[in-house]
Design a protein around this ligand. Sequence first.
Ligand code: ZN
Length: 283
Amino acid sequence: MTAATRIDELTATRDTAAERVRDHNERVRREAEERFAALGGCGTCRGRGWVVTWDTLDCMQGSYAEYDSCGEEACTPATREASGYHPTNLKYDRNRSSVWYPPAHEEAHREQLVRASERANAELYDEVERWTPAAGKLVEVVKAGGGKKAFRVPVGTIGLVKRVFTNDWGTAKAVVVTEEGAKHFPAFKLLAVVDPEPDTSPWDQQEAAARKRDGVPMIVMVKRVTPKAALVTLVGAQEEHWVPLSQVPELGKAQVGKATSAYFPVWLAREKGFPIPGSSTPV
Ligand SMILES: [Zn+2]
């Protein structure tokens, strides 16, 4: 199933669920109106026994309204007792504690329908989110951007999103790396997600190769490994160093208490004061 079909399907489910809530509300209200009429409810006072004789337009809550008893001769406490309230609530009903409420079993049913509607809405939202470009998703450039042709990313380019960012002109962009290792910076709106959960091993291998190419090999003793960093010493040295696994991922798989070889980015090796081969001044 394509992403568009799935989203269409979830949209239809969401709409149906919302419609069920509306239909329910209408039915409950209609039934209450019919019952009120069948039981001889008074249309003048909506079964409340009072009418509004004056109100100021300055108060939205109707707190200053003035009331009188219902003038209908046929409207008595007994008939009102029989008919109950008409389901139309006015702002005055809150002030006069005469709010009509739907029957409890209908209300429980409505809550169920509302929950189903919220769930359908969340599922749709999640699916739309899933197909929105973000780091770690495989995307395709589906629209030609503006600007000089020489700088445009060709339509049909497919690659892994490394991260998204906003440039100095406020344009949302993505860093997209192709399987061959070419890096592009297309505008976010030109992209469509091809695979939200792709197999990233070709890119992982690419990065490992780049670290090997651009990094310096170090033999270190691993003392501790946490989810984010490793505590190491250079073999033959005492000083301990925390190394982020984001910079030297091999250390995440290293065995604690054993010497291991890993490629460090040059800047990190320099920062830690590790000897850099081919450099006579390790600062
Ligand atoms: Zn009445």
